[in-house]
Design a protein around this ligand. Structure first.
Ligand code: B1M
Length: 233
């Protein structure tokens, strides 16, 4: 009887392969995830579909079992590493539009929070849509955001938070921007699993973005409004 080790990914059909990749991501099997991503791309899958259907969907299963106490931090870290390895293959493909730069975004995960997969995904998709992205990484205090916005002459600030305990820090950043009289100079977009639209409004962000695709569309909308305002005024 065939066991796990005997599975040859390239012999699976697309649906079976995607399910197998969910399992492999769950088990933190980095090389298998890389192989699965390459196979799907070779079969003509769009990079975005590989990302959402194989990787993000797999990570959702990991998230549910983490929440329910079935998986623990070390296992989730392995899954995250496997996911990142898959994303690294997709990154150049998603960013390959050659379009003129439509705007510049500074993005980072807030202080106290080390989750970066969602933020990285947003950065990748923004680059793919023609934005220049300055990634500040994780665990960013307010000073780092402010300094980067000024230094980079950015259009957009993107903040990510995955913990209910760290999401209020976004307000600290926005309030500091107000105190410094620079809030109106930037479009502020926020995202992360525990946030919602109401929270985004309450802290004074311009918009809450449910996922990376929404972040791209929202950023484009705000940028075209900004350009229209500039050309009218
Ligand atoms: Co943690 N973790 N984690 N974790 N982790 C969550 C967030 C949690 C919901 C798990 C759970 O209980 N179900 C829970 C938070 C509970 C809460 O606060 N409500 C949790 C916890 C509790 C913790 C620790 C406290 C666990 C512990 O130590 N006891 C600890 C905290 C560490 C810290 O930050 N200080 C911790 C640690 C970790 C790992 C290090 C093991 C690892 C992170 C590895 C890494 O990121 N490099 C990890 C992971 C992987 C997760 C889950 C399983 C997956 C997160 C993820 O990558 N999702 C997560 C469960 C979950 O979210 N369901 C969980 C995939 C990613 C594509 O989605 O990040 O939501 P997401 O991003 C989306 C959108 O939200 C949006 O677009 C993205 C792409 O579509 N988006 C933005 C995100 N940021 C945006 C910014 C924008 C726009 C859109 O700006 C414009």
């Amino acid at each position: 009887m065939a066991d796990e080790d005997d599975i040859i990914l390239s012999e699976l059909d697309d649906d079976e392969l995607v399910l197998q990749m969910h399992d492999d991501l769950y088990d933190g099997l980095k090389e298998e995830i890389e192989e699965g991503v390459r196979i799907l791309l070779d079969r003509g899958w769009a990079p975005y579909d590989v990302l959402t259907k194989a990787l993000v969907a797999g990570m959702t299963i990991v998230g549910a079992d983490f929440r329910d106490g079935i998986l623990f931090v070390p296992e989730v870290l392995l899954a995250a590493n496997a996911m990142k390895a898959g994303m690294a293959i997709l990154k150049p493909l998603l960013a390959e539009t050659g379009a003129p730069k439509v705007g510049k975004m500074v993005i980072g995960t807030v202080k106290g929070d080390i989750h970066d997969i969602g933020k990285n995904l947003v950065g990748m998709m923004m680059e793919g849509a023609g934005f220049e992205v300055v990634d500040l990484g994780i665990n960013n205090p307010v000073e780092k955001y402010i300094e980067a916005l000024e230094r980079e002459d950015a259009d957009i600030l993107g903040m990510s938070a995955l913990l209910t305990t760290t999401m209020p820090y976004m307000k600290v950043v926005i309030d500091t921007m107000k105190e410094k009289g620079m809030r109106e100079d930037f479009i502020v977009l926020v995202g992360g699993a525990p946030l919602n639209e109401e929270f985004g409004k309450a802290i004074g962000a311009d918009a809450y973005c449910r996922d990376a695709a929404v972040a791209v569309q929202t950023a484009k909308d705000f940028m075209s409004r900004k350009h229209n305002k500039l050309s009218a005024g």
